[in-house]
Write a protein that binds this ligand. Structure first.
Ligand code: CP
Ligand code: NVA
Length: 310
């Protein structure tokens, strides 16, 4: 695997299949070490800055704890507390933070801002979620699938719901890893056409496939993994009511999952709205692996940080 030291982690599109697979294996190894109590202070004395312009439970805690376990430390920089929130430019912020820090994680709205931050920074920048992508979540998700199913290539992932940041990263990752991916969203809420096209192109090379359909039943047919996410992401709260209407036939519930494989995994990045995008019975049922996903955020991000910030 090519050297990842110094590389940004902005989107899975920037990573090869070999690099993604390497990071998943590295995460599994770091998870084993942490569970066994073996020291792995790979980032001793290093500091990660975490810029948050949106709320977070999992991302903040897993990055912060992850840095601590790697022997370093993390700083929580909320937008209300740093000058970026008062109009200091992204460039000046990136240049300044790079003089103190060994890596920067950012969660924000426009994906452009993360790209600009990475351009201005001289240390690795990690995308902790934008409106466009959530690549750290997908590293944890496919690690979870590998742990549960023993393989990734050839499995079918069905995503039902909003064509948002989650589905973009899930689709891109699946297409690189040779997985079959089916997405079902209502008209007007389909995933980004560029991501669809790029994923189709990847899938054609890796033996995967991509299906985009308005019919959730067609998408979920024979799926190994059933994934959904909230109907109104952060920043879209004002559209909650109209989205509830648009998505009312897209709930992942008992009636729909009967078309998936009997041993399907139910996945959700969390936070979830029980009774909206997913029924209580499904999200709290025997096929659900939501807290394994949440746990793997810690291990997946430790691998990303250890590989890029070393
Ligand atoms: N899944 C996820 O990123 O959760 P948080 O918003 O709590 O960080
Ligand atoms: N799509 C959701 C994911 C949260 C982790 C959002 O952007 O709010």
């Amino acid at each position: 695997v090519a050297q990842l030291k110094g590389k940004d982690f902005l989107a899975l599109a920037d990573y090869t299949a070999e690099e993604i697979e390497y990071l998943i294996q590295y995460a599994i190894e770091l998870k084993r070490k942490q569970k066994a109590g073996e020291p792995h202070r790979i980032l001793e004395g290093k500091t990660l800055g975490m810029v948050f312009e949106k709320s977070s439970t999992r991302t903040r805690v897993s990055f912060e704890v992850g840095m601590y376990q790697l022997g370093g430390q993390a700083l929580f920089l909320s937008k209300n507390d740093i000058q970026l929130g008062r109009g200091e430019t992204v460039w000046d912020t990136a240049q300044t933070l790079s003089r103190y820090l060994d890596g920067i994680m950012i969660r924000t709205y426009e994906h452009r801002k993360v790209i600009d931050l990475a351009r201005g920074a001289t240390v690795p920048v990690i995308n902790g979620l934008t409106d466009h992508a959530h690549p750290c979540q997908v590293m944890a998700d496919y690690q979870t699938v590998l742990e549960k199913k023993g393989r990734l290539k050839g499995l079918k992932v069905a995503y039902i719901g909003d064509g948002n940041n989650m589905v973009h990263s899930l689709m891109m990752g699946a297409s690189k890893l040779g997985m079959h991916f089916a997405v079902s969203s209502p008209e007007g809420y389909m995933p980004d056409a560029h991501v669809i096209q790029a994923s189709k192109d990847n899938a054609a090379q890796t033996g995967g496939s991509l299906l985009v359909t308005a019919d959730p039943r067609e998408a979920i047919e024979n799926a190994d993994i059933v994934y959904t996410d909230v109907w109104a992401s952060m920043g879209f709260e004002a559209e909650q009511k109209e989205r509830e209407l648009a998505f009312k036939n897209y709930q992942v519930n008992e009636a729909l999952v009967q078309y998936a494989k009997p041993d399907y995994l139910f996945m959700h990045c969390l936070p979830a709205h029980r009774g909206e995008e997913v029924s209580e019975g499904v999200i709290d049922g025997a096929n659900s692996v939501i807290f394994d996903q949440a746990e793997n955020r810690l291990h997946a991000q430790k691998a990303i940080m250890a590989a890029t910030m070393i």
